[in-house]
Design a protein around this ligand. Sequence first.
Ligand code: HMG
Length: 387
Amino acid sequence: MKIGIDCLSFFIPDLFLDIAELAVARDTDPAKFKIGIGQDQMAVQPLTQDIVTLGANAAKKIVTDADRALIDMVIVGTESGTDFSKASAVVIHELLDIQPFARSFEIKEACYGGTAALQLAKEYVANHPDRKVLVIASDIARYGLNSGGEVTQGAGAVAMLITKDPRVLVLADDSTFLTENVYDFWRPAYSEFPIVDGPLSNTTYIESFQKVWHRHSEVTGLTLSDYDALSFHIPYTKMGKKALLSVLDETDEATRERLLARYEESIRYSRRIGNLYTGSLYMGLISLLENSAALTGGSRIGLFSYGSGAVSEFFTGYLAEGFENHLFQSAHQELLENRRQVSISTYEELFIQKLPVHGESAVYEDPMRFSIQKVEGDIRYYRKTES
Ligand code: HMG
């Protein structure tokens, strides 16, 4: 039976910051941020958008009325959870009107959480072929003002519907995964921001890619030349390229050129959004599918997922015939084009704003389809408009 991604879509906040302006404000050469890191813009999160609203807004494009009755699980991969007990998936389940006899939960392992959710969904559908699973990867990547990781911040969500006979990407049964206990990036429960060893995170990412790729190649017999494209977790767009370059001397010139060309197509959206943590690999996949004229039904795509800490996985997907008819290019372009640019001072003001805590309350106005409407009695209430 073929199982995989039937459709997928992303959602991002409607505000962004120009990366060159951030560089100037941080007394840094803009070329470092634009070329050395590989970012042009960064999504900026308003107070009224959190992982629930980003996730629900991403999913609303792909969930039809018929799907609502067939979805058995809503799984949110995230490392930006706002509650140690209650899962954002439970709230999203309600906002999307999914049938009540469903499982809803969060899954966590840094940026790997989206892939853990996807693979779990695939196994569920293998046992329940007529049912569907909604997978959402939703995060707000924050390192702090003036921090070393500030240029690699971002926010957004990717939603994917996992079904049999998928219309976009058929997932192969060839995952290779790896766990190594590394402290490259982690966020203790008491800390607002992650603790990061930047150089260690870069080398662990690259070494993890080499290990899972080489093992995958040994087990499956597939080599780089068998792939039409590789899609990477993209914490910043230079990162995946470094990992890709580290193995390209294993292959021929035509494969090198092909994989590098596809890589450039896979980072177009991320250059303008930044890190989505759990959603970054899938944002790269959407960008690849929506910006490449070289892929056709049957094209073989390798996907590399990395979550600090560290868990990584390499797996393969095959594009379904007619996949291009089930993408959302124009809606995604509109999202990117209709954002409002904010100044450094507005970004900094937004960054330090906080929702009410215990004993406080507030009411908000935000025209998004799903947004935070008010916070009262330690509960976030969400607005669901018809737009
Ligand atoms: P940094 O110290 O700001 O930058 O840290 P750098 O000094 O390493 O320079 C970066 C690049 O810019 C270098 O290129 C420089 O040469 C170049 P490279 O040698 O690496 O190819 N450069 C210039 N280029 C052009 N013109 C110039 C110029 N100056 C320098 N004038 C770092 C960068 C990414 C480490 C930092 O921003 C950071 O800590 N970010 C957060 C951690 C991160 O994203 N790590 C990535 C791997 S871990 C991961 O992917 C997991 C994660 O998503 C979390 C999760 O799993 O949950 C993060």
